[in-house]
Design a protein around this ligand. Structure first.
Ligand SMILES: CC(C)(COP(=O)(O)OP(=O)(O)OC[C@H]1O[C@@H](n2cnc3c(N)ncnc32)[C@H](O)[C@@H]1OP(=O)(O)O)[C@@H](O)C(=O)NCCC(=O)NCCS
Length: 158
């Protein structure tokens, strides 16, 4: 299936998911529970990678996550995810997290996370993914930075 291995743009797999934060998403302080945000981050990154690879994916690594601002119950959480690196079977997704107050329209960038996924074939074995193609200088910069992050991860793994 050489067609699926033709290069694909970052734009093609870019994805946004949004969800209104309800009381069941709260921590003991009454803000959104960090674990809930991490789950949504993982889902958004996986979705971008599934779109890119057109295969099932599993999470293999998550870089450290720093929450710069709390997200409040009643806020709309918006997750923008895109593929920033592809290896043979692995992909990095960058996920930006925004919180929007739907009454005032104010948006806050609460954190950015990088996650690595591996595409799997029908037997659950790592499977090749299409190479990533940058269309803009900004995308080229993101891909170069992502390559450095992946090299660091593999170095740390040794
Ligand atoms: C992901 C998994 C299938 C990889 O299997 P594996 O035998 O380690 O396969 P490989 O060594 O060929 O690695 C596959 C790719 O992952 C990359 N990789 C492996 N460990 C990595 C790490 N810590 N960080 C970044 N990339 C990593 C490899 O570099 C390789 O990339 P490439 O094909 O683009 O060169 C296996 O580790 C697994 O099933 N992990 C559990 C996944 C899971 O359950 N996730 C949910 C978390 S609860």
């Amino acid at each position: 299936m050489t067609d699926t291995l033709a290069p694909k743009t970052m734009r093609a797999s870019r994805v946004t998911i949004s969800q209104l934060m309800h009381p069941e998403h709260a921590n003991l302080l009454g803000n959104v529970h960090g674990g809930w945000i991490m789950k949504l981050v993982d889902e958004a990154g996986a979705l971008a990678c599934m779109r890119h690879a057109q295969k099932k994916v599993v999470t293999v690594a998550i870089d450290s996550m720093t929450f710069r601002e709390p997200i409040r119950i009643g806020d709309l959480i918006i997750l923008n995810a895109e593929v920033t690196y592809t290896g043979r079977t692995s992909m990095e997704a960058e996920v930006q997290v925004l919180a929007e107050n739907p009454i005032t329209g104010e948006r806050t960038h609460t954190n950015t996370a990088w996650l690595v996924y591996v595409a799997l074939d029908d037997e659950g074995k790592p499977a090749p993914v299409p190479p990533l193609k940058a269309e803009t200088d900004d995308e080229k910069r993101k891909m170069a930075e992502a390559l450095q992050r992946q090299e660091r991860r593999l170095q740390q793994k040794k």
